[in-house]
Design a protein around this ligand. Structure first.
Ligand code: PMP
Length: 304
């Protein structure tokens, strides 16, 4: 299973975005990872680094706070390698997520819904502080092995799969590991590549996995200087795009993946049409729609 982490397909949009004839749109289909999301990369990297340094040894429990996908990744990898896993998550995480985590054998500690992921982070810190010998606390918000996973894998895959033609890299910010790690490496490979980060437009949003940095605990690994631009995305636009992606591209993806493509279209709209500026715009589709199928927007007709 763990050998299947990474090396995801790069899919080209065939219909969405055709109003921008000088732009090509591609997405890394991260739901092809064995745990179902981009976070398999970061979780595996942090666990392997923990083993390398000795911070993680047989007998220790992997402990962290996660809004979902990282937890699923820890639970899957913990099951593969034989480590117990304990996760703090907000109580309003969906029933499917809790079911997936417990199916892999993880222990779940629920924290107050109105405190969001920050409440879960504070609880994990307290548990770790109370018994540091018992737990391996990767702390995905502060752990360099999170962004380094993307520096060593995601960026190189994009570089190879586009045959070095990528001009723009666009990704949403959660822990920021995906954006920071991938952008750092792409900039080294070709400093001309424009790197654009995306955020929700307000603190209360429906883009699960993304952070509104102005109102959140800012991750230690986040480095705003890596971004050439930072754009904001509205949840409603992402919901509309999720439905379009299913119907027009046969890709059933999460709201955060759809939001990433909304960001790519914003980038395409800013290209210099007079100069026929060409662009190869690459983004990350963090996960598929399965975990979000209970959300009501799938039923709402356009314009309602
Ligand atoms: N989308 C989804 C669905 C996620 O779960 C995450 C991870 N929190 C992200 C995007 C953002 O990834 P990162 O933590 O690497 O910024």
């Amino acid at each position: 299973m763990l050998e299947r982490v990474g090396h995801t397909p790069l899919l080209r949009m065939e219909r969405v975005g055709r109003e921008y004839p000088t732009a090509e749109f591609y997405a890394k289909a991260e739901w092809f990872n064995p745990g179902g999301s981009v976070k398999d990369r970061a979780a595996l990297s942090m666990i392997r680094e923990g083993e390398r340094t000795g911070a993680l040894r047989p007998g220790k429990t992997i402990l962290d706070a996660t809004s979902g996908n990282t937890g699923i990744a820890y639970a899957m990898i913990g099951a593969a390698l034989g480590y117990p896993v304990m996760l703090c998550l907000p109580s309003n995480a969906s029933a499917e997520r809790k079911r997936i985590l417990s199916a892999y054998g993880a222990d779940i500690i629920l924290t107050a819904a109105d405190e969001g992921s920050d409440g879960a982070i504070r609880r994990a810190r307290r548990i770790h502080a109370s018994s540091p010998q018992r737990y391996f606390y990767p702390d995905q918000y502060s752990n360099p092995a999170n962004w380094q996973a993307h520096y060593h894998t995601t960026a190189l895959e994009i570089w190879e799969q586009t045959e070095h033609s990528v001009t723009h890299f666009v990704a949403g910010l959660g822990t920021s590991g995906t954006f920071v790690g991938t952008a750092r490496r792409l900039k080294e490979l070709n400093p001309e590549i424009q790197c654009i980060s995306l955020q929700p437009d307000e603190a209360f949003h429906g883009l699960e996995g993304w952070k509104h940095m102005a109102s959140a605990l800012v991750p230690v690994i986040y480095d705003a200087r890596v971004a050439d631009r930072d754009l904001v995305i509205q949840t409603e636009d992402a919901y509309r795009m999720a439905k379009r992606l299913a119907r027009e591209e046969a890709m059933l993806v999460s709201p955060s993946a759809a939001a990433a493509l909304v960001g790519c279209l914003q980038v395409a709209a800013s290209l210099d049409q007079n100069k026929h500026e060409r662009a190869v715009i690459v983004t990350i589709f963090a996960d598929a729609a399965e975990k979000y199928l209970n959300e009501r927007f799938w039923d709402e007709s356009e314009g309602s």
